[in-house]
Write a protein that binds this ligand. Structure first.
Ligand code: NAD
Length: 339
């Protein structure tokens, strides 16, 4: 790649997230351009590519990766399609930003990790964008400073207005709590060793048969507990909150108090309605950091190891949800590439 030229990106998957990333690369991120778009739905690929000068549309992800001017790949297809796309990107030794989940289960994540190790260098950044959210970044810096002492507990709340029609009870863990799994590992610097899922009465506001809400308890190898209330049909807004309880104090983020009004005998504010609004800054900074890193010749951010660990914890979480009880997480030894 000529470093004075913008980085050419092939975006794989032109659905909600993919189209948002295309817009972000085209209008918000400097130093990059969308060179190709691939979607199994040809109309969708063409509609997204049509707005961008010089961008080609494809139905085959591998063809998009070899299109003229492609230097890197952003994967925003559904999780089950990620493994094949990542392995194809490795064949061309292209850097990849892969939306979470890396893959839907630990075995496929391990295969991806082995293929990346065979290349001998990191190629993947996983799209755990909370690591780029300004509030999470401040919380991490405070915990790392040691000012509050050791973190002992993390209380997380993750609420959505309504779940999509295809959402299953297991997806509350694999699609939603996956973010808290990564945030817990990253904030505390611990691995998660066991998962318990408690199931309160399902909300009448949830679709028939969906176990919503759920209460998940993550035990870490550093002796901390991280609990997650996941409630994907709360009806009133999108909320992601985290409170760290440390030896000498607590720290809390996600209250959404950016603007508080006082009028007519009442006070209040607004609640974001979805993730694209709440985490807009995080997505921008995530993609910007990925692009800047590649232009410097580096791949940074959440790694394939992080994607694998999250997949293994979520798999244990689904077993805990289905069978009840506490399920231990079995991780392979961390390869040197990710140390
Ligand atoms: P979506 O269903 O809106 O879009 C997926 C698109 O991929 C569709 O257009 C579909 O036709 C296409 N597709 C399916 N299989 C494909 C394949 N093999 N190759 C190329 N294209 C294929 O889904 P979405 O909500 O945009 O989610 C996409 C990814 O982004 C998922 O991995 C999801 O978990 C992730 N996501 C992450 C966040 C976040 O907060 N980081 C938020 C939403 C979605």
């Amino acid at each position: 790649m000529n470093r004075r030229e913008p980085l050419g990106i092939a975006v794989i998957g032109a659905g909600r997230m993919g189209a948002d990333h295309v817009r972000r690369i085209d209008r918000t991120i400097g130093g990059a351009r969308v060179a190709a778009v691939a979607d199994v739905d040809a109309d969708r690929a063409e509609a997204v590519a049509a707005d961008i000068e010089g961008c080609t549309a494809h139905t085959d992800p591998a063809a998009a990766m070899t299109a003229p001017g492609v230097d890197a790949v952003l994967v925003a297809s559904p999780g089950p399609a990620h493994e094949a796309t990542l392995l194809a990107a490795f064949e061309h030794d292209l850097p990849v930003l892969c939306e979470k989940p890396l893959t839907p289960d630990a075995a496929s994540a391990l295969r991806v990790m082995e293929a990346e190790q065979a290349l001998g260098h990191r190629r993947v950044q996983v799209g755990f964008m909370r690591r780029y959210d300004a509030e999470y970044v401040r919380l991490k810096a405070l915990l790392d400073s040691g000012q509050l002492g050791r973190p002992l507990m993390l209380h997380n709340r993750h609420r959505n207005v309504a779940s999509p029609a295809f959402f299953t009870s297991a997806m509350l863990i694999t699609d939603s709590v996956a973010h808290e799994v990564d945030a817990t590992r990253w904030l505390l610097g611990h691995e998660i060793r066991a998962v318990t899922v408690l199931r309160p009465a399902a909300s009448a506001g949830a679709p028939e048969g969906l176990r919503d809400p759920q209460f998940v308890v993550l035990e870490t190898d550093g002796g901390a507990l991280s609990d997650v209330e996941i409630f994907v049909n709360c009806g009133f807004g999108y909320q992601v909150q985290a409170e760290a309880v440390c030896e000498r104090g607590t720290a809390r983020i996600g209250d959404g108090h950016a603007l508080v009004t006082h009028t007519a005998g009442r006070w209040g504010g607004t609640i974001a309605q979805d993730w694209s609004e709440r985490f807009a800054q995080a997505y921008d900074d995530e993609v910007r950091a990925w692009v800047d890193g590649i232009r410097r010749g580096e791949v940074t951010g959440p790694s394939t190891w992080d994607g694998y660990a999250a997949a293994a914890v979520c798999e244990a979480g689904v077993r805990a949800l289905e069978g009840g009880g506490r399920v231990e997480v079995d991780l392979v030894d961390k390869p040197d590439l990710y140390r």
